[in-house]
Each structure stands twice: as structure tokens, then as C-alpha cells.
Design a protein. Sequence first.
Length: 301
Amino acid sequence: MNKTESLEDFYEHKFHAVPAALQKDIGHFNVFRMEDCISEDGSIKVAYSRRDYYKVSLVRGHNLYHYADKTLEIKGPVLIFFNPLVPYSWESLDNNASGYFCIFKEAFFSGVGRAKAHELPMMIPGNVPSYPLNKKQEKEVEKLFVQMLDEISGEYIYKYDLLRNYLSELVHYALKMQPAETLYKHTDANARITSVFIELLERQFPIESPGQRFVLRSASDFADQLSVHVNHLNRAIRETTGKTTTAHISERLTTEAKALLKHTRWNVAEISYALGFEEPAHFNNFFRKQTSTTPSAYRLV
């Protein structure tokens, strides 16, 4: 797996130049036509890695997405959301990809509506990030991207307020395509504890080097961090999500293990250590229990 791509890396790779004010602009936002970002050799492929920024894309054509440990083949227009926690790549299968995308940092989205960017359903790891569009929906989404492009090239002093509104419209357009009960988290105490638990769990990723270690591995570890009794934590998470604390940790570990096995050249012992297992045999047993196959066999698939 490649290292996490920063905004600086993005601009250097795509345009061979980094905007002068980028370091000062913590709420960075920009929007592009996909056709303007095709590499010099004409290929359309994005390397598999995490980014330290959010991205929303309207993509047309026949494309293959690698998102965390899953691969999605999509034909036709799709609106897709990418977040800094999940590694991804995509490639055009017909060299006919076109569309638009915008990139932004968490701070740019702050204050829009009731949710922060990382709280949005399509940005939460494990949720569905892609929304296939029919012709009418494609036209409406394209209109928002065109408005962004027109606005960002203008001189209006408050243009970023408008751009923030257009981005919010994109988000809500997608949210209206799924059940209303998933739009926002409940505000009760159990939900708040669960939210902080999920944040602490995700904060330990990505694993970017064999020397990095996943350290909060049990319900007790998280309870200590949250200063609550482990039984209270377990009850809150089960009532909020329907899953146990251990199940959440195991699922996230499995997802990361799959990504490391598929997208790095680290040996199984190195992956085992990085994921917090004292012995490779323990990791093998865990992985087999979760996936019904061994790490080595999964890597060969």
C-alpha cells in the first residue's frame, strides 16, 4: 500500500505545482473536470492508498473501484464519496471515463448542516459510498459540479460560502436516496459513547509501516480510554449498533488485514505484529475464524 497521499502530493502529481497558500488553508476546497486530470500517457488509474482529504466524484464509463478490501465494478454514471480513513483506487476499464470531482478538508465542511464530514453515513467506514445515477439524477448532479467550477473561477468575495452550499447539496442529494433513519446519529448517551468508540477505533488506522502497532485491541482497553465501566461500554454499543464491542474490533481488524495482505508486500509475520498479535499463529487463527481461510491463501486469491 502506498503512503497516505496529502494535498501537496495530489497537486504535485496532477499538476506538478502546489498552490502557494495551501499550507495556510486548512479548509481547502477545489473542484476539477476529470478529463483535465488524465495522466500524460493517457491512462486513467488512481493508485491504491489513503488520502488526508475528502473527495466526491461524479464518474461516467466502465470503472473498477478498489475500496478497502472490496472491489466494485460499475457501469454508467455514479456519485461516489471517499474519506481519509479508507484506502481506495479506481481505474477505467474502457479508457472512456469522464466526469467531475471535488476535494476538501474536514474544516471546509464544518458548520454545514447538523453533521460533520466524518459523521455522514457515506463517509463512515463500512457503509456504502457509491450511488448509481439514472439520466435525470446524473444531469442534476452534473449541474452542481458545473456551478462549482463556474464559482471557483470567479472573483466573488463570498464564493467559498456558495461552494460549501453546493457541496452540502451534493451530500443531501445522496442522502435522500437512502432511508431517512440513517441520516443522522441519535443524540442519546449510548449513541455518543458509541460514536467516540468508533472514532478511537478508526484513529488507530491506517497501518502504514510494519513498525506501527494497533494497541487498543479489547473492550477493556477502550473502556479505560473512555473512563467508563466495560459493561457500560458493551451495553451502549450493543444497544446502538446491534453488535458487540468485540465484533466491531474484529471486523475492523479483518478489513485492515485484508487490505495489507492485498496491497503490501509485508510478510504475514510483519502484518501480524502491526495488527497487535504477539505471534503469527494467533493472527492466522483469528483470520481463519473471521474469513474461513488463511492469510496466505487470501493473498493468492
